[in-house]
Design a protein around this ligand. Sequence first.
Ligand code: UT7
Length: 313
Amino acid sequence: MNVGIIGIGTYVPENIITNEHFESYLDTSDEWITKMTGIKTRRFADDDMDTSDMAVIATQKAIEDAGIQKEAIDLIITATSSGNHTFPSVSCIIQEKLGLNPVPAMDQLAACSGFIYSLITAEQFVKSGTCKNVLVVGSEKLSKITDLNDRNTAMLFGDGAAAVVVSEVSEGKGFIAHEWGSDGSGGQYLFDNVETGYINMNGREVFKFAVRIMGDISTKVVEKANLTADEIDMFIPHQANIRIMEASRERLGIPKEKMSVTIDQYGNTSAASIPLSIMHELKNGKIKDGSKLVLVGFGGGLTYAGMTMVWGK
Ligand code: UT7
């Protein structure tokens, strides 16, 4: 059986925060942020919009795009590190707000690798015949867990959401190969500090890990799929830092124009960053029916995951 994505929907808040905003009160500059991270703007959700609200909007669009009834969803998985609460999960809130059937609903905590982790999980349930249509959501309101007075992290993160429906697809389409894993010894470099409630990061250490693992994993999933780099139409890395993305692109041997870049607009939206990039490339025509994609991410845990897939149903 081939399993893939049959529908996608996204949401980003309207409020655009520029680098100049941080320049106005922190010892930083637009020049430094642009050069060192690739970020120009990010979106921050208003106080009355939480992670679940963005997730609900993205989900509605994804179900509509999939062309299925909401009653056909039989499992909900939300990748998030910034849920409204630890419990109830964002998935349970989506179930209630959209009046979905009383299906299993769970959140997935693999930080920025969460979206790919959730795709891999969803694939197993569809392949085994346990589920037909799994809703996979990546939604983050990172602005509420970022210390906006800490110049090490303040300008890096943004808010946004994306949802997809994972189901059986036709021959030649869907997920081909994946790699995923963890290295808990690096957990100390990126964690939410329970005392402050904010993200705590050793940027240098995370950077080193990311460059190594993003290159390794994307190369591995291309090999595992029996493909070569020049057969890949679009490389969609987690949007954490343009320098990390560039290093992994070069390692994989893919030309610049085949790498999705949305970090300039959205910053790092963690579990939402890869599907937001997929939507961006669908809209500008770079991903089409039959396009071969490499998705790759890393995040707190530390975790990592990659996947090759053919777009379309
Ligand atoms: O989804 C996963 C989440 N996290 C990540 O992906 C983060 C990965 N790490 C990074 O993206 C990078 O480590 C950063 C962009 C956070 C920082 O880049 P770096 O190359 O690791 O720089 P650094 O922290 O070593 O700092 C270099 C210089 C230092 O000055 P000196 O010692 O060279 O004089 C810092 O004090 O830049 C200075 N600096 C800043 N300057 C202006 C650090 N932060 C800032 C700032 N504005 N915001």
